[in-house]
Design a protein around this ligand. Structure first.
Ligand code: PGA
Length: 249
């Protein structure tokens, strides 16, 4: 049975002190054993975050990693480095990485494989652009993204994959997909996985929604049958808002 997940993507926000403060504010929160709560601080604060969350239920994940294990990749961070400081989860394929750092589904396929080799869990982000939504070809776009990046994985590798459907037009824009739009896409995604693999696997995969989730809209989106929680950007930076979102799942 799949769990609900609320994950906060802090992006390039919060210095060392702010990171500690936000974690301390979130720590007392209690939530049901069926829910997982994750936070993704900047690389520089992951070790600190890992220490501060020890013994609690907040899980720490990285926002990115390199596809290679080591070598001449100035400025990059490997899966092994993350693992060595106790980080065993990573966000891959966020739309900002795709837009500003030229990440593609083919390059992400390699990153996913590397992460899995290191036994890491992957929150894999994907979603259509506004033009795709307007042109009505958003199902095709999502299908291609998933087929290219993930559909060569074995069924057992899927136990390490968490999907995050994030329509690009809804990220940081204040524009949210309606609960019905989210449900329609999540059901489509689950259907694709059932066709490629089987219904049991499809029913086990967590599919998060991301894009301008706020305390005010979270429960309507999370109440949809195939929406298993959210990947939260802006609203994850305020303890109160993030906690309200967690309470809505
Ligand atoms: P947002 O970001 O909640 O600020 O729209 C979501 C994300 O980028 O994951």
């Amino acid at each position: 049975m799949r769990k609900k997940i609320v994950a906060g993507n802090w992006k390039m926000n919060n210095n060392k002190g702010e990171t500690a403060e936000l974690i301390q504010a979130l720590k007392p929160l209690s939530f049901s054993p069926d829910i997982r709560v994750m936070i993704a601080p900047a690389f520089t604060h992951l070790a600190q975050a890992e220490k501060l969350t020890q013994g609690g239920r907040l899980e720490v994940l990285a926002q990115n990693m390199n596809a290679s294990d080591s070598g001449a990749f100035t400025g990059e961070i490997s899966a092994g480095m993350l693992y060595s400081i106790g980080i065993n989860k990573v966000i891959l394929g966020h739309s900002e990485r795709r837009a500003y750092y030229n990440e593609t589904d083919s390059s992400l396929k390699k990153k996913v494989e590397t992460a899995l080799t290191h036994n890491m869990e992957v929150v894999f982000c994907f979603g259509e652009e506004l033009e795709d939504r307007k042109a009505g070809n958003y199902f095709e776009v999502i299908q291609t993204q998933l087929e290219t990046a993930l559909f060569d994985l074995t069924p057992s590798e899927w136990s390490k994959i968490i999907l995050a459907y994030e329509p690009v037009w809804a990220i940081g824009t204040g524009e949210t997909a309606s609960p019905q739009q989210a449900q329609e896409m999540h059901a489509f995604i689950r259907g694709l996985i059932a066709l490629k693999y089987d219904q049991v696997l499809a029913d086990d995969v967590c599919i998060l929604y991301g894009g301008s989730v706020k305390p005010a809209n979270a429960s309507a989106i999370f109440s949809m049958r195939d929406v298993d929680g959210g990947l939260i950007g802006g609203a994850a930076l305020k303890a109160e808002d993030f906690m309200a979102i967690i309470q809505s799942v």
